[in-house]
Design a protein around this ligand. Structure first.
Ligand code: UD1
Length: 434
């Protein structure tokens, strides 16, 4: 299993480039199920979750080309034949976003068999809202042997109101609605940029969608969709992670190829903490020291609020800020697994229910730590970048699920980080998060 060895203390200086958004690429790849024609996606990040999704589509009979060399960020997917509309447990257990194929499979093939996701590192992650929506659209759903089986001759447009805001639930039902018979109105939708990205691809494929990016989405179903060529937006979570890498190391970093508009809540919080942030180009943000780091509270919310996927990284930052910061996690239960590892590195953090109290600044010292999920790993990398001495991060395969060659990117701006072991070596997957 790969490890990262990180020697802390270097300020990060230079320009670091952000890859395409994993959480946009995943639903966009699933959207290819909706057409017999080819869908080509650009700016696909080279991360393990994308490889998992490729395997998932291939296991259903799709042809998926992932380029290499200069073309390694492009994929062309052809779902002309879907011989086996099944998302197998072996794949679903490693990537919960696999449930994104449920809606498109029923819409296109009239049948989907998707393994029920099991326990998950960041709390229970049910898909009841996906199921409820599909049932309202006329699908019959049965559960047996750990699988959900959904059937519908043709889905019917419906009025759906989400009990709770769900990102992949909104995406899954949006993909179901585009081929349904009649109009679907979806209320209390997720407004995340990844939903807008998916809607833009679907529109390019011939779907009729209004309101993506707002809480009410209207879809006029069409009989068929065609192929498309689409470029995925930059990854706002990777960009936010790099902003914090610049801030925590008191460096001078330009985070390039990002969309500052998608990062407003994160930027506002970093400014409150005392970091100097400048938008130096429409797609680039500069981060540098603005004085001492001062404590500030966050409370994770749905977009456009502070993202839960940045909570762990932010917590690493405020271990270096003066005063008491309250970090409240509202989206997921049990998303504080990074806390015990940060404490082992010298942070002063107490958790009570969904709130962590961080007292800073703490002098962090290098330690051997264990990555427990994707964003928790990112927070440990950030902590190790300022810790005194050489940290060893175990189980970095969590990191590889969502960050493209992060050690090379960080090294190019001055970090002392190296990987021990084989990149993407086969391994027995575990239940994973996010
Ligand atoms: C997506 C993101 C993930 C991010 C999360 C919240 C992808 C691939 N993953 O995950 O990185 O952390 O949004 O921004 O895009 N819920 C239900 N029933 C459902 C669905 C969700 O109760 O049917 C609950 C969840 O348990 C959770 C909340 O709704 O408490 C939000 O989850 P959701 O937005 O669905 O997260 P994901 O889409 O899985």
């Amino acid at each position: 299993m790969d490890k990262f060895v990180i020697r802390g203390g270097n300020p990060l200086v230079g320009t670091i480039r952000v890859s395409g958004a994993k959480n946009s690429a995943l639903p966009c790849m699933a959207a290819a199920i909706l057409t017999e024609e080819e869908v080509t996606l650009e700016n696909i990040p080279q991360v393990r979750d994308i490889e998992t999704e490729r395997k998932l589509l291939v296991s259903m009979g799709a042809e998926v080309e992932l380029g290499d060399g200069d073309a390694r960020h492009r994929t062309t997917i052809s779902c002309r034949t879907l011989s086996d509309p099944v998302a197998k447990y072996e794949i679903v257990k490693t990537m919960r976003a696999s449930s994104l194929v449920l809606g498109p499979l029923v819409a296109r093939a009239g049948l989907a068999r998707v393994a029920m996701p099991g326990g998950c590192a960041i709390g229970g992650r049910p898909i009841d809202l996906h199921i409820k929506g599909l049932e309202k659209m006329g699908a019959t759903i049965e559960q047996a042997h750990g699988y959900l089986e959904a059937r519908a001759e043709r889905l019917k447009g419906a009025h759906l109101v989400f009990d709770k805001i769900t990102v992949t639930g909104t995406e899954d039902l949006l993909m179901a609605a585009v081929l349904a018979d009649g109009e679907t109105v979806m209320e209390n939708c997720a407004r995340e940029p990844e939903v807008t990205d998916l809607a833009a691809l679907l529109t390019a494929m011939g779907a009729k969608i209004e309101g993506a990016g707002t809480s009410t989405i209207r879809v006029q179903g069409v009989a068929r969709l065609h192929g498309a060529h689409y470029r995925i937006n930059p990854d706002r979570i990777e960009a936010g992670t790099f902003l914090i890498a610049g801030a925590i190391t008191a460096g001078d970093l330009v985070v390039a190829n990002c969309n500052p508009n998608h990062l407003r809540a994160v930027i506002a919080k970093l400014e409150e903490v005392g970091v100097k942030i400048d938008i130096v180009a429409p797609d680039a943000i500069r981060v540098r020291p603005g004085g001492r780091l001062m404590a500030a509270d966050i409370s994770t919310e749905e977009y456009p609020g502070f993202p839960t996927d940045m909570q762990a990284q932010y917590m690493a930052l405020v271990t270096q800020a003066e005063g008491v910061s309250l970090v409240k996690e509202n989206i997921f239960e049990n998303r504080f697994m990074h806390v015990q590892e940060l404490v082992r590195m010298g942070a002063n953090i107490k958790v009570d229910g969904r709130t962590a109290t961080v007292r800073g600044p703490s002098k962090l010292s290098a330690a051997a730590v264990m990555c427990s999920d994707l964003r928790a790993s990112a927070s440990l990398v950030l902590a190790a970048l300022v810790a005194d001495g050489e940290s060893i991060l175990d189980r970095v395969y969590h990191m590889d699920r969502g960050y493209e060659r992060i050690e090379e990117k960080l090294r190019s701006v001055g970090a002392e980080i190296k990987r021990m072991g084989n990149v993407f070596a086969p391994r027995e997957a575990e239940a994973v998060a996010d």
